[in-house]
Design a binder for this molecule. Structure first.
Ligand SMILES: Cc1ncc(COP(=O)(O)O)c(C=O)c1O
Length: 478
């Protein structure tokens, strides 16, 4: 059986409508200047078109200007570059965890910057209203922990809407995060790559640039890209917005040389704008007609597709009684398989992953996202209906079989205990493998031993006369 990869984090459903648009259009021509080197931040026309799109969809308090944008071949190199620019090797960025697992690679491969976890919990803690909630208390305690461990924290990396949780930060939370960062002179990087993937009816994403009270605008750096909202990760386009002139200079005139977008590619996006023709990049160039198409056709279709796919995933998980975190945005759902782990360990989480793959489906385990609790998995649901259906049924089958396996092990244990109780003795002194085994063995040993008969209170008093006297005196005083 082929293993279905349920972790291709790009909405296949998107491609259908985007590709249909491409196919209707012709491609544009190149101009001589497009055969030359271009500036590090990208072609002006291209950045203008992106600024138009972002102004339209991020609702920034102040207009987003092309001169504050840097385009790159994806958000991945931009995260790497930001880490490299803002922190030295061995310093850290706080990241609420679970977090998008590749941040590890992005921060560490070149820059050796530590992704310092702000641990979130499935248990709703004091002052929290939902599982895996980010709070200032958690931020403060992570910062304190980092300081105690000698890790100098330079910034806070947020992913909103969140991968892998599928939730959206409220305006208040974002404001709290900015205020927290300001108090500690930290940079804030906000990865908003899923900003148009909200599928819950009525949900809306608060983009950080729409906040009215950003305490220090030069410390806030925003990322967005084509991979998720347009479902075209292969096109490799990411955008950084920063008002920090020094950071802009360092990146555009320095590090960006390693991952710029070919002029010809940017140009083809841009020319098509003027010609009002051609391929995908009518999307990016946003002529009025395309803005309309995006808002009236493309995004609603994709949101509807995501909503249906999410519902299918919820129904399938519900049928087999597997809980999950209610989602509202993104291409995935955060699922609680803890019940299927014999012990709460990452070894057992890997074992469950192994069971999934032997049943023909791959999903990423929580350990990939640095989730502090074993047993959580992320399932991507953004795919064609029949593929999703098949994958979900394989997951259901795995759940049923693993559960049946656990139940039969439990039955065996109960039968064993009953046999031991009937026999009235524990035949083996061996301690079992789990805490449950250990407690059961101790119970049996106490029940069967002469220790209680021999070690009476009277005997203890005889052996410890001084202590016994003090004990009696204390009792009498009460
Ligand atoms: C939160 C987040 N940021 C960045 C990326 C990578 O983006 P890009 O394809 O633009 O490199 C991903 C891809 O899964 C992601 O989930």
């Amino acid at each position: 059986m082929d293993v279905m990869n349920f972790d291709i984090n790009t909405a296949e459903v998107f491609k259908i409508s985007v590709m249909a648009q491409f196919e209707e259009k012709e491609s544009g021509a190149l101009l001589p200047e497009h055969t030359q080197y271009v500036c590090g931040e990208g072609l002006e026309n291209f950045r203008e078109a992106i600024a138009d799109f972002l102004n339209d969809h991020m609702e920034p308090v102040e207009p987003i200007l092309p001169e504050n944008l840097i385009v790159s071949n994806g958000c991945t190199p931009l995260v790497d570059t930001l880490a490299f620019s803002l922190a030295d090797e061995g310093e850290g960025l706080l990241i609420p965890c679970p977090f998008y697992g590749s941040f590890h690679l992005d921060l560490q491969s070149r820059s050796r910057v530590i992704p310092f976890p702000v641990e979130l919990s499935s248990k709703v803690g004091p002052g929290e209203t939902q599982p895996f909630q980010l709070t200032v208390t958690r931020l403060e305690s992570a910062l304190k922990k980092a300081t105690e461990q000698g890790v100098k924290i330079r910034g806070l990396l947020l992913c909103n809407p969140n991968n892998p949780l599928g939730n959206i930060y409220s305006e208040e939370l974002l404001q709290d995060c900015l205020d927290f960062a300001f108090r500690h002179s930290l940079h804030v990087i906000v990865d908003e790559i899923y900003m148009m993937c909200g599928y819950r009816e009525g949900c809306s994403v608060t983009n950080v640039m729409s906040l009215k009270n950003i305490p220090d605008k030069e410390m806030v750096h925003v990322l967005w890209g084509f991979s998720k909202d347009f479902g075209i990760s292969g096109f490799r386009c990411g955008v950084l917005h920063t008002l920090n002139k020094e950071l802009f200079r360092v990146i555009s005139s320095g590090y960006q040389r390693f991952h710029d977008i070919p002029a010809q590619t940017q140009a083809s996006y841009t020319m098509d704008w003027y010609r009002i023709s051609s391929e995908l990049f009518e999307l990016m160039m946003i002529p009025v007609s395309m803005l309309e198409w995006l808002d009236k056709t493309f995004f609603p279709t994709n949101k509807r597709g995501l909503r249906n796919a999410y519902q299918m995933a919820c129904d399938a998980l519900g049928e087999v009684g597997i809980p999950f975190l209610p989602g509202e945005c993104g291409l995935f759902i955060w699922v609680d398989f803890r019940e299927l782990l014999p012990t709460s360990s990452f070894e057992d989480e890997m074992h469950l992953l192994h069971c999934m793959t032997t049943h023909g489906v791959f999903i990423f385990p929580g350990s990939y996202f640095c989730c502090p609790e074993p047993g959580w998995f992320r399932i991507i649901f953004a795919m064609e209906t029949d593929v999703l259906q098949l994958g979900l049924s394989r997951i259901q089958q795995t759940v049923r079989e693993v559960r049946a396996g656990l139940a039969s092990k439990l039955d065996e244990r109960v039968a064993l205990v009953q046999r031991e109780e009937n026999a009235g003795l524990v035949e083996s002194e061996e301690v079992g493998e789990s805490l449950e085994d250990l407690v059961r063995t101790l119970h049996q040993q106490i029940k069967n031993s002469d220790w209680l008969k021999e070690n009476t209170a009277e005997k203890w008093m005889e052996d410890n006369p001084e202590l016994a006297k003090a004990f009696r005196k204390q009792n009498a005083e009460k």
